[in-house]
Design a protein around this ligand. Structure first.
Ligand SMILES: [Zn+2]
Length: 233
């Protein structure tokens, strides 16, 4: 198990131009969250839901990792076993930065999976229909879906993530409001760093050892320094 867990959310990818739910404008204008991101939406609104994730996957192709992803990748390369990278993001910016074992607790946009069996496939930036014209699983013929966790669905990777979190000695929280995953609970009994652009109503920042209110790219050098110091004590 890793000594240090870096736990990130939308804030780390925002500077690469990936819109968050709360951003106004762009792709989100044509979709309601409750129609395309909530458990059951594939049953009631399949076409629009598939279209929404196809578009987001397509958009990912030209998005580049920012300094925060790149610095974390460098650190991970230097200390492969000491650091675990867990993210709530479904984008591939950590992968583009060179990390191969990111734990995506809310799924991974480039992947599709079968609704019934274990089939999972990375389809790159393509639409599901481009690879499987009738959107059916090649193994069992049931319907395929984006391998993304919708609101109110359970996340199977939480177990793996919590194992890492349970065992680690230091947690670095970057770019998350704490609204979906309560980070205040995760940091108990270990050294913790919080980096967000601004204060969040879901996070009690008094619980954290270090608090940095800056963008992730502005804060990353300081964070890397603190991590290296912690590892080299
Ligand atoms: Zn299947």
């Amino acid at each position: 198990m890793a000594k240090i867990v870096i736990f990130s959310g939308a804030g780390i990818s925002a500077e690469s131009g990936i819109p968050t739910f709360r951003d106004v404008g762009g792709i989100w204008d044509n979709y309601k969250i409750e129609e395309v991101c909530v458990a059951g939406c594939l049953d009631t609104n399949r076409e629009k839901t598939i279209e929404f994730y196809d578009k987001r996957r397509f958009e990912l192709e030209n998005v580049k990792p920012n300094k925060a992803h790149l610095e974390i990748a460098k650190l991970k390369q230097k200390y492969p076993n000491e650091i675990a990278v867990i993210t709530q993001n479904v984008d591939d910016l950590f992968e583009k930065a060179g990390i191969t074992d990111v734990i995506h607790i809310h799924g991974f946009l480039k992947e599709i999976r079968c609704e019934k069996c274990e089939f999972v496939e990375d389809i790159g930036y393509k639409k599901i229909k481009d690879i499987y014209p009738n959107e059916k699983c090649p193994k069992c013929d049931n319907l395929l879906r984006p391998n993304v966790v919708f609101f109110e669905e359970s996340a199977s990777l939480y177990i793996k993530a919590y194992q890492e979190l349970d065992d680690c000695e230091m947690i670095v929280v970057i770019g998350t409001s704490g609204g979906v995953v309560n980070t205040d609970i995760l940091i108990q009994n270990r050294y913790s760093i919080l980096n967000n652009l601004k204060k969040s109503i879901y996070i009690n920042d008094e619980l954290y050892d270090d608090v940095i209110y800056k963008s992730a790219t502005e804060a990353i050098d300081e964070i890397v320094m603190k991590i290296e110091r912690f590892l080299n004590v």
